[in-house]
Design a protein around this ligand. Structure first.
Ligand SMILES: NC(=O)c1ccc[n+]([C@@H]2O[C@H](COP(=O)([O-])OP(=O)(O)OC[C@H]3O[C@@H](n4cnc5c(N)ncnc54)[C@H](O)[C@@H]3O)[C@@H](O)[C@H]2O)c1
Length: 506
């Protein structure tokens, strides 16, 4: 059992040890690529870490992403992995051993340690914000994986905590450290390379498999501390086949494909198409379902949304289904005339008067209305390495304005996903006509038609899915407003288990 004390929220910020473990030569290979990317510039207290100090990093969550991040952090100049925490103690020790670090099962041991300057949070989604707020209260800097939060309220507490405790906090949306995003922005907005933007079609069309449906609860692996693994979430039996990774598809611990891949793509869209000028959408019209699978997951494997803003709208289509049952091929979402031949399955199409910008991780392409490529954007950057180095540079400089993915921006990108999830969960049965009636831009019925064609292969209709009437959202108060707002706002909050409460940070 865990014997570590439960943290008290009024704990004073720890003094940092000034002991450095090696000499640092800060890398500058990102050069000026961060220019214009940061939205938040917080006043930062000067604290112990200086450019001559090594930042001592604790990894919280030693799964597949955490293990990968540990290797990048450990090899970055100016950083060293000193502790690894995971309730799966086998995972914690295995990763810790690689770096001669300490492996523990309770992340509070890392957060409370005066030998740790910064934490990297790569736990399941339901732990991200609680771990981040605890770490901020303890005076640590934080690199937190996407999505920032399991709900929008808790993400705001992290943003408040970053300001209140003057910490450096970066979201793990690593495409922000890719110089091609700034190039694409320049091409689209300064050079007006394709003319006016009409709308954005974002896609995550990637086949996945069902996660099993056991008749008896999954036995909790003996090496994993169940109380710590669930943490703030409800402790309840699970009927899927494996504990790790597939928590993504259970609302208790995950945020579905919308919070998994959706957040990367919508973050890119906010950056490249909206130039970070659109914090959150003002209207959500959403549908979806868990279709064609009989498994223990409850997040949608098919999810589509119209996200309206003060300027042009974005639609997003997510599908984990193949073009036909038992197939392997990803389907495509076609929502315009002269549609490009190879739209990204995990990416976005910015539909403009004069053509299309096709964006995806590490590359982009502008094509004209005749399908001719007029400009290509290719990344020569290892974006995870660049993102990690950017964080370490900001920590050493005590300059949050250097961050490529500052936390308030990440909170908004996460919000597009969390709120689309709330809108799905707030929905019920709804006719296809009602779904189309609420929206006045012509691409939306085309997306619904694409979904209809897709679903026919599975003997389903859009009208048999779950959908919500259009929900209005007020970005200033971060609340749904108007019809159905009350139930949507309730769904946007979660309870926190005793001992794992997240208290408001103001
Ligand atoms: N930026 C990216 O491209 C990217 C890619 C993959 C995953 N991720 C994110 O990284 C996170 C982890 O994903 P994953 O694929 O590694 O999942 P995973 O299931 O392999 O790993 C999660 C780990 O967190 C551990 N954990 C649970 N509770 C914990 C606690 N209280 N303290 C410490 N560890 C705890 C689990 O035991 C597990 O080992 C997710 O939030 C995911 O969205 C980001």
């Amino acid at each position: 059992m865990n014997n570590a004390p439960i943290r008290s929220n009024n704990e004073s910020i720890q003094q940092k040890s000034a002991s450095a473990r090696g000499k640092v030569s800060r890398r500058g290979f990102l050069g000026g690529t961060a220019i214009g990317l940061a939205v938040a510039s917080f006043p930062i207290a000067s604290r112990a870490a200086s450019p001559s100090e090594v930042v001592r990093v604790a990894l919280l969550g030693a799964g597949s992403k955490g293990s990968q991040l540990a290797s990048f952090f450990n090899k970055a100049d100016g950083a060293k992995i000193v502790m690894v925490a995971d309730p799966d103690i086998t995972r914690a020790k295995k990763t810790a051993d690689l770096y001669n670090a300490v492996g523990v099962k309770d992340l509070r041991m890392a957060i409370d340690s005066s030998d740790v300057d910064a934490v990297v949070i790569a736990t399941c989604d339901h732990w991200h914000c609680l771990a981040a707020v605890w770490a901020l209260e303890a005076g640590k800097d934080v690199y937190v994986e996407k999505p920032l939060g399991h709900n929008q309220w808790e993400g705001r507490q992290v943003v408040n905590g970053a300001k209140k405790y003057n910490r450096i906090v970066q979201l793990g949306t690593q495409q922000r450290s890719d110089p091609i995003q700034a190039e694409a922005r320049k091409f689209l907005h300064e050079e007006r390379g394709l003319g006016e933007i009409k709308y954005v079609q974002a896609n995550r069309l990637g086949v996945r498999a069902p996660i099993g449906k056991r008749s008896t609860p999954l036995p909790f692996p003996k090496d994993v501390d169940r109380n710590l693994w669930f943490g703030p979430a409800e402790v309840k039996p699970m009927f899927r086949d494996q504990l790790h990774y597939d928590w993504h598809w259970d609302w208790n611990t995950g945020t579905g494909e919308m919070g998994n891949w959706g957040v990367h793509i919508l973050d890119d869209v906010r950056n490249v198409a909206y130039q970070d000028q659109q914090s959150l959408p003002s209207k959500f019209t959403v549908g979806g379902g868990r279709v064609g699978w009989d498994d223990a997951g409850d997040t949608p494997n098919l999810h589509f949304a119209a996200l309206e803003t003060d300027s042009f709208p974005t639609m997003i289509a997510l599908s984990n289904l193949a073009t036909m049952p038992n197939g392997k091929e990803n389907w495509r979402a076609v929502t315009g005339e002269n549609w490009p031949a190879d739209p990204p399955g995990s990416g976005y199409v910015i539909v403009c008067e004069g053509g299309f910008y096709l964006g995806q991780r590490s590359n982009g392409k502008a094509v004209d209305l005749d399908g001719k490529t007029i400009r290509e954007f290719r990344s020569g950057t290892d974006i995870i390495e660049a993102h990690v180095v950017n964080f370490i540079d900001a920590v050493q400089s005590r300059d949050a304005s250097m961050l490529n993915a500052p936390i308030e921006n990440g909170h908004y990108s996460t919000g597009w996903c969390n709120l689309a999830n709330v809108a799905f969960r707030a929905g019920g049965s709804f006719s296809e006509e009602q779904l189309v009636d609420g929206i006045d831009f012509e691409a939306w019925p085309k997306l619904i038609q694409t979904m209809t064609n897709q679903l026919a292969q599975y003997g389903e209709k859009v009208g048999s899915l779950r959908s919500c009437p259009t929900l209005a959202y007020d970005a200033k108060t971060e609340c749904f407003v108007g019809d159905h707002a009350e139930s949507a706002n309730e769904l946007g909050m979660h309870g926190y288990r005793d001992g794992f409460e997240l208290r408001a940070v103001s």
